[in-house]
Every structure is written in C-alpha cells, then in structure tokens.
Design a protein around this ligand. Structure first.
Ligand code: GTP
Ligand code: MG
Length: 314
C-alpha cells in the first residue's frame, strides 16, 4: 500500500510523512495537495496567539480535552518562528506540545521552518489542508508571539483568539492595532494572579469603542488554564462565534477570500518558476548586464524586450 492509501485509511505515520513532504515543499508536493484537496474543507480552524508564556499551550491542551470528549478529532499545530536559541530562556517553563496529549484522534505537530516560498504562514495553511483532508474536525493553531508572521497565521483561521495575562496591562494600550482587529475572542489567562480584573476592564474599554450593532461582539474570557477554569466558557464562546459567522455569511466570505489569496499565490509561484526557467535557459542575462553596464542598453528596455520574447504559456 502506498503512503496516500494509508493516509486515506487514517494511518498517523502516513499523515506525518505527508506533512513533512508538504512542509519541505518536496518535488511534486503541489500535485499531492491537489489530490487530497477534495477531501478537505470540513475542519474548523481556531488560531491562538499572544505573548510568550501566556499559557497558550495549556489552553490548547484543555480545549482539546473538551473537544475529544465530544468525539471530535483534533489536529494541533504549534507555529514557532523564533529560533530555539533566542527562545531558549523561555523553554524551561514552557509546556512542550509533544508532551501534551496522546489521546485518540489527536495529532500534534510543531513547525518552525519556513518553506522556500510563501513563508511560514503558507506552510501552516498547507499543513492545515493535509490535516483537514485526513479527517480532523478541529484544527487548533498556536503561535508564539505577536509579530507579522503570527498575524498572518491566525488571520487564515476561522476563529482567532488573543491571549493576555495580568502582566500584559501596560502593553495593551500600546498594542499593535492589527492585533485588536483580528481578535474574535480575548482571553485573560492566569486570572489567579493579581491584576487580571484591571486588564479585563482596560480591554473592555478599548472594545467598547469598537463595538458596532449587528457585528460580532468580541468577548473577553477570564481563564485559569492551569486549574482548568474558564475553559468550558471559552469553548462555548468559540461555538457561539462559529455559529454567528456561519449564519451571517462571514465564514463563507472569509473562505472565499482565502481561496482567492491561495489562487494568486499559486499563480505567482508558477509564473516565477516559469520565468526563472525561461530566462535562465533562453537568455544570456550576463551579456545583457554587460551591455547595460557599458551604456549600450538600459535595464528597463532590456527587461521589456525579454518579457516580450518569453512565452509563459509554454
Ligand atoms: N499561574 C498560572 N500559571 C499558568 C496558567 N496557565 C498556564 N500557566 C503556566 O504558565 C507557563 C507557560 O505555559 P504555556 O502553556 O507553555 O504557555 P505558552 O503561551 O504556550 O508559552 P510559549 O509557547 O512558550 O509562548 C507554564 O508553566 C504553565 O503551567 C494559569 O492559569 N495560571
Ligand atoms: Mg506554547
């Protein structure tokens, strides 16, 4: 039996292999994605971001417990764009994804490498597609930090959760505007610590200005993930958001926008590959550069001429 057959039969090792294949962008990986694509489209994706050590993995773990109790199959992706060296100081106190769970129907994957094209956000999306085609009902994505890569990753999800801790108080005012806008649900974790109430009311004030009638009212959920408190309420809010966007067409529009973005990216990649191939094979780029250098040509006209001669269709 080949890997794909085993994948369709639910073999976890085959799933791992296909994920690595896609993650490494091995030859033919796009053909593989095209093959499994019709099987995907069912999974609901939840993205979670927030400062290092906020308790994201702990929350993901507890959420996964609740979901598996409902017989849901869960895929977890931990996206970590920081190098293990710079993140080293935090590692000691960090819940490792691999330790989290060996429950039935749960699959965990960490990702840190970026593919040669499209970056980490694209690779994450493609790994999601594989998990989706494998039959996962839910995909939970955790990203460390709140930079651009993390924003891109969670933006591709259906429900986005931003996690804070009581210590975040000072930084909330200065928080990147982008982060406020992408959040569907805010979590203030480690509510057992001092300052949680203050952070919640600060957030509430900021959100109040933003709230509009008829739109999703971004809730703030207070949790103590370590003690499993508030996680049931968080899951209830996720379900509420899922229902809200499913019924008012936002989910459909979001998925269509994602498809448009994917299409553009796939075409861009193909054009770039073809261009590289054609220019390298059919034009003496060194000679053109030489002529430009000598003042016999200019790069704009030369570029135009090259483009006119390249037939990308073939
Ligand atoms: N006091 C307290 N500690 C918590 C709570 N939730 C998680 N922690 C602890 O906070 C530390 C970090 O938790 P993680 O779940 O690894 O946090 P993370 O956000 O995934 O961390 P990174 O992936 O490194 O960014 C661990 O020691 C947890 O046990 C909580 O509700 N209260
Ligand atoms: Mg973590």
């Amino acid at each position: 039996m080949n890997v794909l057959d085993r994948f369709y039969k639910g073999d976890k090792i085959a799933l791992s292999k296909l994920i690595s294949y896609v993650e490494n962008q091995s030859t033919g990986y796009r053909k593989l994605l095209a093959q499994i694509y019709p099987k995907a489209g069912r999974a609901y994706r939840v993205g979670m971001t927030g400062p290092p050590g906020a308790g994201k993995s702990t929350i993901v773990d507890k959420l996964t417990s609740l979901l598996t109790k409902e017989k849901k199959r869960v895929g977890i992706i931990a996206v970590d764009p920081t190098s293990p060296f710079t993140g080293g100081a935090l590692l000691g106190d960090r819940i490792r994804m691999q330790d989290l769970t060996t429950r039935d129907g749960v699959f965990i994957r960490s990702m840190a490498t970026r593919g040669s094209y499209g970056g980490l956000a694209t690779s994450t999306k493609e790994v999601c597609l594989v998990l989706d085609a494998f039959g996962k009902d839910w995909i939970l994505i955790e990203t460390v930090g709140v930079g651009q890569v993390e924003l891109d990753v969670v933006n591709a999800c259906d429900t986005t959760i931003v996690v804070f801790v009581p210590e975040s108080g000072d930084s909330i005012q200065a928080m990147k505007a982008g982060l406020m806008e992408i959040a569907d649900i805010f979590v203030v974790n480690k509510s057992d610590r001092e300052g949680a109430k203050r952070v919640i009311s600060e957030l509430d004030m900021i959100l109040d200005i933003r709230r509009k009638k008829g739109e999703w009212e971004c809730p703030i959920v207070s949790t103590e993930a370590l003690n499993n408190k508030g996680i049931d309420l968080l899951l209830a809010k996720i379900f509420e958001h899922k229902k809200f966007i499913s019924e008012n067409g936002v989910l459909e529009q979001h998925r269509k926008n994602q498809i448009k973005g994917d299409l553009k990216r796939i075409i861009e990649l193909k054009v770039k590959e073809l261009l590289d191939e054609k220019i390298l094979n059919s034009f003496d780029i060194d000679q053109i550069a030489e002529r430009v250098y000598k003042g016999e040509d200019d790069p704009y006209s030369a570029g135009e001429r090259v483009l006119n001669k390249v037939n990308l269709g073939k």
